[in-house]
Design a protein around this ligand. Structure first.
Ligand code: S3P
Length: 455
C-alpha cells in the first residue's frame, strides 16, 4: 500500500561549544507524553476539557492536527492552553485526509488505539524516521480486539486502521515495557465491551493510567508473576476535566547534564514532573555524584512536581553501571546520560537498552558513533552501551541528528564540555520536542547556537 507521506526536513546546522558556567532559572516546556494524552483523552470525553501547560512542539501539534482532522474542536486559548470539545469514545468523524504523525511514535501508536474503536478506515503516516519504526507491537493487540490493518512492508507506516463498533476486550501480554503499547491498548479498551488488560514485563510510565482515572475511567493495576497487569473497564464514558501538564523531565535532562559538566554552574529548574516512572535520570546522575536538590511543589493535577536545583561539580562525575531495570524509567534520557558518562571518571555501562534501537533513530548506534567521532571511546555489547569517560573530550566534529531530536540536543550539550565545538546537522528536528531549546540554553549561558534550526 503506498500513500503520500510527510518528511521532517533534515535541515539546520547547530553548534555547541566550550564556554562559561551556566546559571539561572528555567521552566522547561510541558511534558510531551502528558500533552499528547491530554489532547487525546480529552477528545474522547463527553464535553469540554481544558489543558494548561501543554508542550507546543511539532509532535504534539501533529496529534492536535490529527484530532482536528477526526472532527474534534481544539481551541488554543493562550500559549500552552487548550479547550478540547470531547466527542465521546465513539464520536470521532471519518477523516477527509491522511493523518500525518510527523516524527511522533506516541501520536501514531496512541491514535491507532483510539481508531480501533471507530468503524471507518483511517490512514496514519509519518516522516522518514517514523516510517522506519515498528508498529506490530500495537497492531497485534488491536487485531486481537477486532480492528483491521494494512501496512507498508514489515508492519511499518503508512498503515490503514479500520476499526469496529464491536471491539472485543482482551488480555494482552506485551513483550516490551512500553507506555505507548500500554496506553494504546487501554485506549482501545475504553471502547470494548468488558475488561481489557495489558501485562508489561516492567512498569513503563503511567501517565495514561493516571489521566484516564482523572477522567473517571475504571483503571486498576496489580503486580503479576511476569510484570505488571493494568486493566480498564470498557463501555466507558469519560467526564471532562481540567489538566495541568508539568514540565518535561526528559527535556530537563539536557540543561541538568550541561550544568553538571561545567564548573561553577548553578541552575534551578521549575515545575518539573517527577513521576517515579520517569526519574531514572535523577537517580542515575546522583549515583554518578551529582548534587541535585528536589523540592516538591503543589501541583494542580495527578502528577508529582518538583523544583530541581543542580550545581556544577568541582570534580568529575563518577562512571555508573545501570541495570536493565533502569531502562523503562530512563528510556528517553540515555542520550543525555551518555554525555554525562562521556565526561565521567571510569567506564559506564548502561544495560538492557534494546528498545533504544527503535526510537527516533537507532540510539544505541547513533550514540556510539557520535561519541567515537567526538573522541570518546564507546562500544555496544549485546544490548549494553559502554562509555569510557574522558575529562575533556576532543569534539571538533560534525554529527548528523538522524532525525532524532534527543541525539541533536545531547551532542550540542556534549560540545559545551569539549575542547572544540560539535556541529549538529539536521538540528531542525529539535522542534519536535523543545522548539526554544537553543534560546533557553543560551539564556543560561551555554554556548549553544541553533541558528534558524530551532530558536
Ligand atoms: C512514550 C513512551 C516511550 C518513550 C516515548 C514516549 C509515551 O516509548 O520513549 O518518547 O508517551 O508513551 P515506549 O513506550 O515505546 O518505550
Amino acid at each position: 500500500m503506498m500513500q503520500p507521506s510527510s518528511d521532517t526536513p533534515s535541515t539546520g546546522t547547530a553548534s555547541g561549544g566550550p564556554g562559561g558556567a551556566l546559571s539561572g532559572r528555567l521552566r522547561v516546556p510541558g511534558d510531551k507524553s502528558i500533552s499528547h494524552r491530554a489532547l487525546l483523552i480529552s477528545a474522547l470525553a463527553v464535553g469540554e476539557s481544558c489543558a494548561d501547560g501543554c508542550l507546543e512542539s511539532d509532535d504534539v501539534l501533529a496529534t492536535r492536527a490529527c484530532l482536528q482532522t477526526l472532527g474534534v474542536d481544539i481551541l488554543r486559548t493562550a500559549p500552552g492552553s487548550y479547550r478540547i470539545h470531547g466527542v465521546g469514545t465513539h464520536g470521532l468523524a471519518p477523516p477527509d485526509g491522511i493523518l500525518d504523525c510527523g516524527n511522533s511514535g506516541t501520536a501514531a501508536r496512541l491514535l491507532a488505539g483510539v481508531l480501533a474503536g471507530h468503524a471507518f478506515p483511517a490512514v496514519l503516516t509519518g516522516d522518514a524516521s517514523l516510517r522506519r519504526r515498528p508498529m506490530r507491537r500495537v497492531i497485534d493487540p488491536l487485531e486481537a480486539m477486532g480492528a483491521e490493518f494494512s501496512t507498508a512492508e514489515g508492519g511499518r507506516l503508512p498503515m490503514t486502521v479500520t476499526g469496529t463498533d464491536d471491539l472485543l476486550p482482551a488480555t494482552w501480554t506485551s513483550a516490551v515495557a512500553s507506555a505507548q503499547v500500554k496506553t494504546c491498548v487501554l485506549l482501545a479498551g475504553l471502547h470494548a465491551s468488558g475488561t481489557t488488560t495489558v501485562v508489561e514485563p516492567r512498569q513503563s510510565r503511567d501517565h495514561g493510567e493516571r489521566m484516564l482515572r482523572g477522567f473517571g475511567a475504571a483503571v486498576s493495576a496489580r503486580a503479576v508473576d511476569d510484570g505488571l497487569a493494568v486493566s480498564v473497564e470498557g463501555n466507558a464514558s469519560l467526564r471532562p476535566t481540567a489538566i495541568a501538564v508539568p514540565g518535561d523531565v526528559s527535556s530537563a535532562a539536557f540543561p541538568l547534564v550541561a550544568t553538571l559538566l561545567t564548573d561553577g554552574s548553578d541552575l534551578e529548574l521549575e515545575g518539573v514532573g517527577v513521576n517515579p516512572t520517569r526519574t531514572g535520570i535523577l537517580d542515575a546522575l546522583r549515583a554518578m555524584g551529582a548534587d541535585i536538590e528536589e523540592e516538591r511543589v503543589e501541583g494542580a493535577g495527578t502528577e508529582p512536581i518538583a523544583n530541581l536545583r543542580v550545581r556544577g561539580r568541582g570534580g568529575r562525575l563518577r562512571a555508573v553501571d545501570l541495570g536493565p531495570e533502569y531502562a523503562p524509567r530512563t528510556i528517553d534520557e540515555y542520550p543525555a546520560l551518555a554525555m554525562a558518562a562521556a565526561c565521567a571518571e571510569g567506564v559506564s555501562r548502561f544495560r538492557g537498552l534494546g528498545e533504544l534501537r527503535v526510537k527516533e533513530s537507532d540510539r544505541l548506534e547513533t550514540l556510539r558513533a557520535g561519541l567515537q567521532a567526538a573522541g570518546v571511546s564507546a562500544r555496544i555489547q549485546g544490548d549494553d552501551l559502554l562509555i569510557e569517560g574522558t575529562s575533556r573530550p576532543r569534539g571538533g566534529v560534525r554529527i548528523d541528528s538522524s532525525l532524532d531530536h534527543r541525539i541533536a540536543m545531547a551532542f550540542l550539550v556534549l560540545g559545551t564540555a569539549c575542547a572544540a565545538p560539535i556541529e549538529v546537522t539536521g538540528a531542525a528536528t529539535i522542534r519536535t520536542s523543545w522548539p526554544a531549546f537553543g534560546e533557553a540554553m543560551r539564556q543560561l549561558g551555554a554556548a549553544i547556537d541553533t541558528g534558524a534550526a530551532a530558536a
